[in-house]
Design a protein around this ligand. Structure first.
Ligand code: UDP
Ligand code: MG
Length: 317
């Protein structure tokens, strides 16, 4: 940490098609930061928005020197956008917050006061989710519980990326170069003193979610593969179990052929066992594939993101 840090608090705001939310986000964040009486920077990371988000951010930058932006060359995904913000922020501490007003900016006051008590991570735990459909709430709850059961690290339940982290955590994250990011897991892995503040998650103010089902499944898989080998061991165990059952059936088949002189003319049993084993094999190959594709991503060593432009001096040199 030889680099001279210039700000007390950095706020990292990933943005993907949020043109209608940005102004209110900015107003509320500015009110909170002025209230804290700290030097601060608001870093908007535009993750390839297709609407007028970038123009909105540029207007804010002209008005307020505390507003910074990083503009990606295309959409790289939410976790990568947050990573870019953390890579370049200069704060002694950083807050990660969504730009759709689901995470209330005013909660930063509570996060910061916990931070002052000496915690390095203060995460915001959702005690209720408003306006999200039952499917999303249910699958999210289930996912966090499964993840907790199959990983050895303590990833807090019902917690997103909305949190305040200390410079030590930011530096720790920079040493974890995996390309399929699961930040909330990585932060749990890093340790330090962590605590929570509870809040009610509001409805998205305007626009639509940037996390459709497909992205949610991919994200869940990233979390599992990055922090657990359980799927691999499970596949091995299932393999042993199926082989054992197959062995018993083979013994019975011999017995019935040689001693009972009776060959079962069952098409049903044949088709069931073939389909069953076929299914298990495909799932097992799939599980291997999930891990291998992530190894492949890491081995390529491509940059995580490409910046088109920014007003940060640490980027422009
Ligand atoms: N986001 C992003 N890139 C993406 C998708 C989303 O930067 O590819 C941002 C989005 O603007 C928001 C945050 O990440 O600030 C969370 O996304 P969203 O609200 O769409 O997810 P949800 O709350 O529905 O899970
Ligand atoms: Mg949201």
């Amino acid at each position: 940490m030889e680099k001279k840090l210039q700000t007390e608090l950095s706020v990292i705001i990933p943005v993907y098609n949020e043109e209608l939310n940005i102004s209110e986000m900015y107003e509320r964040l500015t009110a909170v930061c002025s209230n804290l009486k700290l030097s601060y920077e608001l870093i908007f990371v535009n993750d390839g928005s297709k609407d007028g988000s970038m123009q909105k951010i540029e207007t804010l930058c002209e008005r307020d020197p505390n507003v910074k932006y990083i503009n990606f060359s295309r959409n790289f995904g939410h976790q990568v956008a947050v990573t870019a913000g953390l890579d370049y922020c200069r704060g002694n501490a950083a807050v990660i917050i969504d730009s759709d007003l689901q995470d209330p900016p005013e909660l930063i006051l509570d996060l910061y006061s916990k931070y002052c008590e000496g915690y390095q991570v203060v995460y915001a735990k959702r005690i209720d989710r408003r306006g999200e459909n039952i499917f999303k709430t249910f699958t999210a709850k289930l996912f966090y519980r499964i993840l907790k059961a199959i990983t050895s690290i303590d990833i807090p339940l019902d917690t997103g990326d909305f949190r305040l982290i200390d410079r030590k955590i930011i530096e720790g994250l920079k040493q974890m170069p995996e390309s399929n990011k699961f930040l909330r897991g990585q932060i749990a892995w890093l340790g330090f003193k962590q605590t929570k503040v509870e809040f009610v998650r509001e409805k998205r103010k305007h626009g639509v979610t940037g996390y459709p089902l497909k992205k949610m499944i991919k994200f869940a898989m990233d979390g599992v593969t990055a922090f657990s080998d359980m799927p691999l061991t499970a596949v091995t165990r299932i393999g042993f179990f199926v082989s054992f059952v197959a062995f018993l059936i083979i013994l019975y088949a011999f017995y019935s052929y040689f001693f009972l002189h009776r060959v079962i003319t069952g098409w049903t049993s044949l088709i069931i066992s073939t389909m069953f084993i076929g299914g298990i094999q495909l799932i097992s190959t799939g599980v291997l594939g999930e891990y291998i594709s992530r190894i492949n991503n890491d081995i390529r060593k491509r940059p995580l993101y490409i910046i088109e432009d920014s007003n940060l001096e640490q980027i422009n040199g």
